[in-house]
Ligand binder design. Structure first.
Ligand code: AKG
Ligand code: FE2
Length: 216
């Protein structure tokens, strides 16, 4: 594949993922009674035209000692949503009461993960997916993560409709760019470091669902 077709491919992939994330965001936020008027960076048509996005391609070589090494350490993504494509088993998500659970690759399926920005936007109602990637002795592995979030300088704060006397404001206003800098320094302590009040009780939303949704 020459460079031109490779960049065309990435551009096309980004376009499709952006459109998918827009649909998924409205599916998830619609459940909470949120409409395009509630998120200014969604734009007047709710199409998130000014959003920021990034793509990361991860390559994990075969590892002779998989028990002693980790492919990617435990983390949540800073994005609003992450769409992950994996060719081979290796992604694990942390589930309450179950520990690390394998996310098996399913032919034709993508993995959707809630990131820190969506967690903040929902005032902590949707927990971010904590995940890691493990390596193995028999095959190398490739994954492609597409990160969808607000415009870099766009301000994100818990949606007013989701702040109530029983669900007090849990986060301040942040920009993705500033939060990203914080995350680089504090890593998994970044969210707790900006939290204003106690985390949402678990069970408020079910962060452990691994459901398959057919889109398009
Ligand atoms: O390779 C994977 O399965 C996970 C990749 C990931 O979590 C990331 O790139 O943020
Ligand atoms: Fe990740």
């Amino acid at each position: 594949m020459n460079c031109i077709t490779c960049s065309d491919l990435v551009e096309e992939y980004n376009k499709e993922m952006k459109s998918l994330c827009g649909k998924l965001l409205w599916l998830t936020l619609g459940e909470l009674g949120i409409t395009p008027e509630d998120i200014y960076w969604a734009g007047p048509d709710g199409d998130f035209k000014t959003n920021n996005q990034a793509i990361r391609m991860n390559s994990y070589p075969v590892c002779p000692e998989p028990d002693d090494l980790i492919g990617l350490p435990p983390h949540s993504d800073t994005s609003a949503l992450t769409i992950l494509y994996q060719t081979t088993k290796g992604l694990q998500v942390s589930m309450e009461g179950k520990g690390w659970v394998d996310v098996e690759p399913i032919n034709g399926a993508l993995v959707v993960q809630v990131g820190d920005m969506l967690h903040i936007l929902t005032n902590g109602m949707y927990p971010p997916s904590v995940h890691q990637a493990v390596v193995n002795q028999t095959s190398d592995r490739i994954s492609t993560a597409y990160f969808f979030g607000p415009p870099p300088k766009g301000e994100v704060s818990p949606l007013k409709k989701l702040v109530t006397p029983t669900q007090p404001l849990r986060y301040p206003t942040v920009t993705w760019a500033d939060y990203l800098r914080k995350k680089y320094v504090l890593y998994e302590k970044a969210l707790p470091s900006i939290r204003l009040s106690a985390p949402a009780p678990t069970g408020l939303s079910n962060g452990n669902d691994q459901n398959l949704v057919k889109v398009g």
